[in-house]
Design a protein around this ligand. Structure first.
Ligand code: ATP
Ligand code: MG
Length: 454
């Protein structure tokens, strides 16, 4: 196979040379140019696998290059380089089609890793598009946003898991994306045209769990008027998604273990067994190891499910994913009839990136849906965000800054209570008058009015 072609656009000479050399050694055919115009010329002249461009460029800027490049070739992988200070433009770039961005100063290994991922991704996109055309069916579900290293690792595991039929266990807090990942594993696999059947075991009455999973014969129990195949068989060679698997009643746990080991089920009310092919993906937000130690979950079933485990990190551990998620979720909400996709102000985005998101991606999604409705002028600003999220935009203070701030307001309060009498205030504060004077000076409270009001 000939080397994949990478176009590097970077105005700084040393940086450009370093990238050319490093990526060249990594096996790519690298061409480097220094201006936006030169980049546009090269993009028009030939086909490239990956475009790696600086955001600030002389002539046409990085955003214009990205936009034109993506318009011309929708399979091109686009990677943007930017200084931390201009992360908002990086987000704009993601919106218009860049796949990922790198923060400067660059770490060359990371550059090579991201380039490689885009090359692989491009091969996959091409393949998926061909498969989809062949199947004549639209891609449903949503793409997995995975920008952070932690989520890139998840995406790698998804790809690996998709290639096998091993049982997969997905763990992670509520709203972290376990179901999206389960669907992605199904969709990226060779049997994506087969059914994906999901069941929420927490929502199902205990008496129905077994018949739902393993099926029943007609008349197997009161009310069983018709025979039921059960999800494991109904899914064919597809996937059965067992959500909230920790809630599985203990008799069903034993039966599920047997089913997974033998690939056979025994429908309720039947003497015969029937084979099934489906692959099982299970999810839980509990710690199954703990549950099994506590005797609430069969240990042998836990080991059987745990063949391949993928842990979804909480959103607060991966704020790098937030800009991409915002873009993807807004596009989703905006695609509903009557809605249009709003722009997000830099302040609002900063708040979204800083918020701790206890409800993870689901909470982010709900906040954006509400903000979309409130954004009459097509723009989401701080005003359209809930109070607790908006407060996250406040700059974080260092400990000395926070201490100063507290000290200042406490001293001001005591001074006010003492009618501005500094001797009395010092006594009340438990420090000497001299110390109080020094503090007032340091905190910039000196020279205020007699009442010590700040
Ligand atoms: N990486 C991601 N990329 C795009 N969308 C995501 C991602 N992660 C989560 N979402 C979206 O966030 C919402 C919640 O995800 P999901 O339902 O998969 O969470 P979950 O882990 O199954 O939560 P629970 O434990 O509460 O069932 C969904 O709308 C999903 O599409
Ligand atoms: Mg779920």
């Amino acid at each position: 196979m000939s080397a994949e072609k990478v176009l590097v656009v970077e105005d700084e000479r040393a940086q450009r040379d370093a990238l050319t050399q490093y990526l060249g050694r990594a096996g790519y055919a690298v061409t480097a140019v220094a201006t936006g115009e030169a980049a546009l010329e090269r993009l028009a002249a030939e086909k490239w696998a990956v475009l790696l461009t600086d955001l600030r460029l002389p002539g046409a800027d990085g955003l214009a290059v990205v936009r034109q490049a993506r318009e011309r070739d929708d399979e091109l992988g686009v990677l943007l380089m930017t200084a931390y200070a201009s992360v908002e433009s990086a987000i704009e770039a993601l919106r218009i089609g860049a796949h990922d961005y790198l923060l400067k100063p660059l770490i060359l290994e990371e550059v090579a890793r991201k380039v490689r991922r885009l090359v692989e991704h491009r091969a996959l996109v091409g393949e998926n598009a061909r498969l989809r055309r062949a199947l004549q069916q639209p891609a449903d579900g949503h793409d997995l946003v995975a920008v952070s290293p932690a989520m890139s690792a998840v995406a790698d595991w998804v790809r690996r898991a998709a290639a096998t039929r091993a049982t997969v266990l997905l763990t992670g807090e509520t709203g972290t994306g376990k179901e999206v990942v389960a669907r992605a594993i199904h969709q990226k696999g060779p049997d994506a045209d087969q059914p994906f059947l999901a069941v929420n075991l927490a929502a199902l009455p205990e008496t129905m769990v077994e018949s739902e999973l393993f099926g029943h014969e007609r008349g197997a129990f009161t009310g069983a008027e018709r025979r039921r195949e059960g999800l494991l068989r109904a899914a064919g060679a597809g996937t059965v998604f067992l959500d909230e698997v920790a809630e599985l009643p203990s008799s069903a746990q034993a039966k599920l273990l047997r089913a997974l080991e033998s690939h056979e089920v025994q429908p309720l009310g039947s003497d015969a067994t029937a084979t099934f092919e489906a692959r099982v993906v299970a999810a839980t937000n509990r710690d199954l190891a703990l549950e099994s130690q506590a005797g609430r979950f069969r240990e042998d079933l836990y080991y059987r499910l745990n063949v391949l485990r993928i842990r979804l990190p909480p959103l607060r551990e991966r704020p790098e994913d937030i800009p991409g998620l915002v873009t993807s979720l807004l596009a989703r909400h905006g695609s509903r009839p009557g809605a249009r996709i709003p722009a997000v102000s830099p302040e609002a985005l900063r708040a979204l990136c800083r918020h701790p998101w206890r409800g993870n991606v689901r909470e982010l999604s709900n906040v954006l849906e509400r903000a979309t409705i409130l954004a009459d002028d097509g723009r989401i600003d701080l005003d359209q965000l809930p109070d607790d999220v908006r407060e996250s935009a406040a700059p974080r203070l260092s400990l000395p800054e926070a201490v100063d701030r507290f000290e200042r307001s406490h001293i001001a309060l005591v001074l006010r209570l003492c009618d501005g009498n500094r001797e009395r205030a010092a006594e009340e504060l438990g420090i000497s008058a001299a110390t109080l004077y020094r503090r007032l000076e340091r905190l910039g409270l000196k020279g205020r009015d007699r009442n010590g009001t700040v």
